[in-house]
Design a protein around this ligand. Structure first.
Ligand SMILES: Cc1cc2nc3c(=O)[nH]c(=O)nc-3n(C[C@H](O)[C@H](O)[C@H](O)COP(=O)(O)O)c2cc1C
Length: 419
């Protein structure tokens, strides 16, 4: 077990070439030993700006894989637009803001992270998906691209291009369905005389545990533990991609859970555990008053404008008035109207009806990021985490730990004995 714990950290690399070589030969190997690979511990990418540059730097300092939340990275510059701009002008400003943010994050990692392994997480459903994806590729600073919330139908072809040869790609899935879809692409692309590249790993996010948007069809499925047996799902994925490592996410936050993930697969990733840190972009006041508040339950609903079921703290979303709806429409950048999706908020907001159920994801996540708690995504285990001594200061007061303290805690405490 001690051996396992040390295998969870990345080595130090003197050069980028050394790092790529390690990733190719040890982590994302494609031979018959691929299923024995140990992928260093990582965080799940969290947007908007929850796993930002400061967070990734803290993961790098601990020799773990830091994953940058690359969905709407330019959020700061596009919180409120001047009156009178057209939707296409707002979209263009969003494009420019995202581009600038990726460039600035890349410079930060180049200067501060010393050849650490850095990933980026991007939602497929975003209107600016393609633009951001290209920025990430062009920067040459991101080693692994994680794509979820939608079928990454573009990646088998795009990642087969020469400019992506030093970037690894990992679809985020909840079952073998997406894996089967990607494999089908091989035939399709082959027939069209195009190149195909298989995923370097699969990120299996379990909907019954994970935070944020979930890969379940509806609320009931997302809460039905019997549907999400990770051993069974890994086996199904390996039937599709036999020599591909799998990273498990959802419901991991203690040593025994990490060990279990490495027993059945090749890697473990955590969202909620890392959200509750000083370096995450989640403001400390929200962590203390909401996440660590024992009176706030967890809910799964379908109110996100993405249309996906999602898990969050059960606190009220911004008050809906005619004025707030008009304000959301005025600042809309069509953020989730990409790749055949439509915004569930806009569909109803256009009727200016304060009784409709959905919320504008862009507006609410930015509000939360600015310290006004509305939509607070969380994994199911938050209800256990709150009792951990990790979140108490010397006198029993609430405390937000650093990434370093969090890692020390989770590598030495089991879920059963960690009150
Ligand atoms: C606040 C929050 C924001 C998240 N944002 C994203 C995101 O932008 N993209 C994504 O693929 N997953 C996102 N997730 C999911 C995490 O990356 C991670 O896979 C998941 O939370 C793992 O489950 P856990 O919270 O039980 O550890 C988010 C989760 C949370 C709690």
């Amino acid at each position: 077990m001690l051996e396992l714990i040390s295998g969870l950290h990345t080595p130090n690399f003197d050069t980028r070439e050394e790092k790529i070589d390690y990733l190719q030969t040890e982590v994302f190997r494609k031979d018959k030993h691929a299923r024995d690979a140990v992928i260093p511990l990582m965080n799940g990418g969290m947007s908007v700006d929850i796993t930002g540059t400061r967070f990734v730097e803290a993961m790098a300092a601990e020799n773990l894989i830091g994953v940058y939340g690359a969905s709407l990275p330019g959020w700061r510059d596009i919180q409120e637009f001047e009156k009178g701009l057209s939707i296409s002008e707002r979209k263009e400003l969003t494009r420019q803001a995202n581009k600038k943010a990726i460039e600035s994050a890349s410079s930060f990692f180049r200067e501060r992270c010393n050849n650490a392994i850095v990933g980026a997480n991007l939602l497929r459903i975003l209107k600016d998906y393609e633009g951001t994806r290209e920025d990430l590729i062009k920067s040459g600073q991101f080693d692994i691209l994680f794509v979820g919330a939608g079928l990454p139908d573009d990646l088998p072809e795009r990642m087969a291009q020469d400019d992506c040869k030093n970037m690894f790609y990992v679809p985020i899935v909840s079952s073998a369905t997406v894996a089967k879809f990607i494999r089908r692409k091989k035939r399709e692309l082959g027939k069209a005389g195009k190149k195909y590249r298989q995923p370097d790993a699969i990120y299996l996010e379990l909907p019954n545990e994970a935070g944020g948007h979930l890969g379940a069809k509806n609320i009931e499925q997302a809460q039905d533990d019997s549907l999400w047996d990770p051993v069974k799902i890994c086996d199904e994925i390996w039937k599709v991609f036999p020599n591909t490592p799998i990273i498990i996410a959802g419901g991991i936050g203690y040593k025994d859970q990490i060990i279990h993930a490495y027993d059945i697969a090749n890697g473990a990733s955590m969202g909620t555990r890392f959200l509750l840190t000083q370096e995450s972009g989640m403001p400390n006041n929200i962590i203390e008053e909401k996440y660590l508040n024992k009176n706030i339950p967890v809910v799964v609903d379908e109110m996100s404008s993405t249309g996906y079921a999602s898990r969050r703290l059960d606190i009220p979303v911004t008050e809906r008035t005619e004025a707030s709806i008009r304000e959301a429409i005025r600042n809309c950048v069509s953020c989730v109207c990409g790749n055949k999706n439509e915004c569930k908020y806009l569909l109803q907001a256009n009727k200016i009806d304060p009784d409709y159920p959905n919320y504008c994801i862009r507006r609410e996540l930015i509000k939360t990021r600015n310290g006004i708690a509305t939509v607070c995504f969380t994994g199911r285990q938050i209800e256990k985490f709150r009792y951990n001594k990790l979140y108490r200061g010397k006198n029993g007061e609430l405390y937000v730990p650093t990434v370093k303290e969090t890692i020390e805690f989770l590598l030495s405490n089991n879920s059963v004995d960690s009150k």
